[in-house]
Design a protein around this ligand. Structure first.
Ligand SMILES: [Zn+2]
Length: 451
């Protein structure tokens, strides 16, 4: 195979004409946009880096030539240039325009119209943050497309005093771009403005919750619900969002959604967020429904999810926890489960009889293995057999976690598989039991503290 030369030309690390850094991100350039045409080949670059043939990159050699350049574009084509360069550049451009607008005294109306038109274009041409993501290892401080930069669109729109455009970003962009969120600062600003302008868009966005946006929406819901805002509007919004988000959680974790595209969700965090949110605006009915539902759901495991969530929540809710009936009932339910798990300690086997059920195979060798395991008098067995059959039994013993070793005695023909019984399951059970006892003590302490 011959060598392939591939090359691209981009501009990055921008400063404006006052020398201030601007985050336009990486903007692709065409060769015919360079003046004079031989500037790239005739002069030495300002800096040169390369990455050699590494194991990870395969047989490629990459070189970067860094050059300083002044980039000009006609003012009349400004929006087009920014939008072509990508959503990040456009948002950075909008923020600049808005900052300028704030300082202007003359022709404000005109500027405002321009800003609004540009914001609308950004919404219409929005490209999702996740798919555009890339970074260039030649750059010590890669200007990656971070969602934090994109969130500057919120404050730019807030400065323009344009709730309709904010609503459009929520409804049109957030439903398809899970990397864009509503920061606590911006939600506080919305709350100060009054929720009424934003309720329809928020509801529309929450109604369209998908697997990809569920985790983000849970966090937004919790942030809104835990705000100090006692208005009727706020309560109404929280009630509606709570019902929608609980329905979405139940639906996405239902068997119809299958396990193929399993929901990537930190369920411990979901419990914490939902309890905090419902506690804050006092909805015990929905909270009871959620907590009862998740206790029965296999994805919300007792030990990995419920117990750590309960421990964290007690320190977050403090005195408030005592007044929260669904929370207290949930602690009782966890306690009950832990009590039933720890009712009897694991018993050490008194003879050589071991668990002998072997799943997924009924062949003669597996039956012999099973008979050996069930025998209370036999500590060891020897199976002379060819390699393939020995390998089959190795796999079966490991997969079923049978209480025996498997070693090959490399003498004679066929060689001999030697299995010696162990107390493996008993030891594993003891470990689990000790953990359960620790969890039981922790949850008992919590229950006692709730009075
Ligand atoms: Zn078998």
């Amino acid at each position: 195979m011959g060598e392939i030369y591939d090359y691209s030309l981009t501009a990055n690390h921008w400063s404006n004409r006052h020398g201030k850094k601007v985050s336009f991100g990486k903007i692709p350039l065409e060769e015919n946009e360079i003046v004079p045409p031989d500037a790239l080949t005739e002069t030495d670059p300002s800096r040169e880096d390369f990455e050699g043939y590494t194991v990870n990159a395969g047989m490629t050699l990459e070189r970067w030539y860094h050059r300083a350049a002044i980039i000009l574009w006609p003012r009349s084509r400004q929006f087009q240039v920014w939008c072509d360069a990508g959503t990040d550049a456009a948002i950075a451009g909008l923020s600049q325009m808005v900052a300028k607008f704030k300082k202007t005294k003359k022709g404000r109306e005109e500027r405002l119209v321009e800003c609004r038109q540009f914001a609308a274009t950004i919404i219409e041409t929005w490209r999702s943050g996740q798919t555009d993501y890339y970074w260039d290892s030649s750059e010590p401080d890669p200007m990656k497309l971070s969602p934090m930069d994109r969130e500057s669109i919120w404050m730019a729109l807030a400065e323009l005093g344009e709730p309709r455009l904010i609503g459009r970003v929520i409804e049109e962009v957030m439903v398809k771009d899970q990397s864009l969120s509503l920061s606590t600062t911006f939600l506080r600003w919305m709350s100060k403005q009054g929720w009424s302008d934003f309720i329809p868009s928020l509801i529309s966005m929450f109604t369209q919750t998908k697997k990809e946006t569920l985790g983000r929406n849970v966090v937004i819901f919790r942030t809104i619900a835990t705000m100090r805002n006692q208005s009727g509007e706020h309560k109404m919004l929280c009630n509606q969002l709570a019902a929608m988000i609980i329905e979405a959680i139940e639906q996405m974790d239902s068997p119809q959604h299958g396990s193929r595209n399993a929901l990537k969700l930190d369920r411990k965090e979901v419990i914490i967020d939902m309890v905090r949110a419902c506690d804050a605006f006092g909805d015990s009915k929905l909270l009871r429904r959620f907590l009862t539902w998740q206790m029965d759901h296999p994805c919300y495991e007792l030990i990995a999810t419920n117990v750590p969530a309960a421990i964290e929540l007690v320190t977050i809710l403090k005195e408030q926890a005592k007044k929260n009936r669904p929370f207290r009932n949930w602690i009782k339910a966890i306690l009950q489960e832990l009590r039933s798990r720890t009712r009897t300690a694991p018993v050490k086997p008194k003879n050589w009889k071991r668990h002998s059920k072997i799943t997924n195979c009924k062949c003669a060798d597996c039956q012999r293995l099973s008979t050996f395991l069930a025998d209370p008098t036999q500590p060891e067995a020897r199976f002379p057999m060819a390699k393939l059959r020995r390998q089959h039994l190795h796999g079966i013993i490991d997969r079923n976690q049978c209480d025996c070793t498997h070693e090959t005695l490399r003498v004679g023909s066929p060689q001999v598989l030697v299995c010696k019984k162990t107390t493996g399951s008993y030891e594993r059970a003891c470990k689990v039991y000790d953990q359960d006892l620790k969890h039981l003590a922790a949850i008992q302490k919590i229950e006692a503290s709730l009075g």
